[in-house]
Design a binder for this molecule. Structure first.
Ligand SMILES: Nc1ncnc2c1ncn2[C@@H]1O[C@H](COP(=O)(O)OP(=O)(O)O)[C@@H](O)[C@H]1O
Ligand SMILES: [Mg+2]
Length: 306
């Protein structure tokens, strides 16, 4: 993507959009713009959400802001924003975030806000927010790897190193000792390093669709174990409060909280914006209900006619 041309196109788009008609959400025929990055084209979401909305009679436009042809990008995106009663996005690209911002600026209810997605996309920003709020996490260190090798105490090893903008377990590296870390050829300027929590290879995940929470155990992507697929987990008050705190801290309403069980209770390793929700029964309908309800609430707050 050519970022400067995208930014200037979006600036023009924002000016042109000033004459946008107010949002008019209707229980059976709202216009829903779904931003979807190409990598999610074959995923359970947002396809499931789109299907339920369409079968309920809503007009759904699915667009990938990165894939709109160069010459027509400005007009196409402008039309999408101008005609949306609500916008929902699955993606973290700069293009997706820019369109979300532009839409929010002209009063389109958006799920979730660009700022919220941006803060969980960046693992350093995420770690800082969690630390400041006192959310339990594994011991976390952020620095160039040479500095980590010099400063992180031996008792904190093994460490798991994570790329700042990584996801889907890509680029993770388990490091057993200071010596190994000194010799490591890490591709980025800095790394986020966490004490590795020993376990049975099972993650504890909480999925949130608005206020609706579902807890499941899932096999860790880095530690193959006997568990195949997802298994329901207990959602006690402590875990529910932890998940809701994470959602509130980042301003997300569609999210997943990846936790690990420890003898001191769950610790948070990551928060993901808009995951696939495959382990959530009736996820498609819950998503569709939440998108429309949240859009109504935002539209009322913003003074648009709902
Ligand atoms: N500190 C940790 N200790 C043990 N396992 C971890 C730790 N951090 C992450 N993992 C494992 O690695 C997986 C991926 O890590 P995560 O932080 O979620 O990165 P990504 O954004 O790439 O998914 C987690 O689901 C968990 O199974
Ligand atoms: Mg993860």
């Amino acid at each position: 993507m050519n970022l400067s041309s995208t930014v200037s196109e979006l600036c023009v788009m924002t000016q042109v959009m000033l004459d946008r008609q107010p949002t008019r959400l209707h229980p059976r025929h709202s216009r829903v713009a779904v931003l979807r990055e190409a990598r999610y084209a074959d995923h359970a979401q947002p396809a499931g959400l789109v299907e339920v909305l369409r079968s309920a009679g809503h007009e759904v436009t699915v667009v990938d802001p990165q894939a709109v042809g160069p010459g027509r990008r400005q007009h196409r995106l402008r039309d999408v924003v101008n005609s949306a009663d609500v916008m929902v996005a699955r993606g973290r690209s700069d293009a997706v975030l820019a369109v979300l911002r532009a839409a929010a600026e002209v009063g389109v209810p958006v799920l979730d806000p660009a700022e919220a997605v941006a803060r969980v996309r960046d693992k350093v920003a995420m770690a800082k927010v969690l630390r400041r709020a006192g959310v339990p996490t594994p011991a976390t260190f952020i620095a160039p790897t040479e500095m980590l090798a010099a400063r992180v105490p031996p008792a904190a090893y093994p460490l798991i190193l994570k790329p700042v903008f990584g996801d889907n377990a890509e680029g993770l590296k388990l490091v057993m000792s200071q010596r190994e870390l000194r010799l490591l050829n890490w591709p980025d300027r800095i790394a986020l390093a966490q004490s590795h929590i020993p376990g049975d290879g099972v993650d504890l995940k909480v999925y949130a669709i608005g206020n609706h929470l579902t807890a499941v155990h899932k096999p860790s992507p880095i530690n193959p174990c006997a568990l195949a697929g997802a298994r329901p987990a207990d959602l006690d008050d402590r875990l529910a409060n932890l998940a809701r705190t994470c959602g509130r801290l980042f301003g997300l309403s569609l999210y997943g909280v990846d936790c690990l069980d420890t003898s001191n209770g769950p610790v948070v390793v990551e928060i993901n914006d808009f995951p696939n929700f495959t382990a959530v029964p009736d996820a498609n309908r819950l998503l569709a209900d939440h998108v429309l309800t949240a859009a109504h609430a935002q539209a009322r707050k913003g003074g648009a006619s709902a």
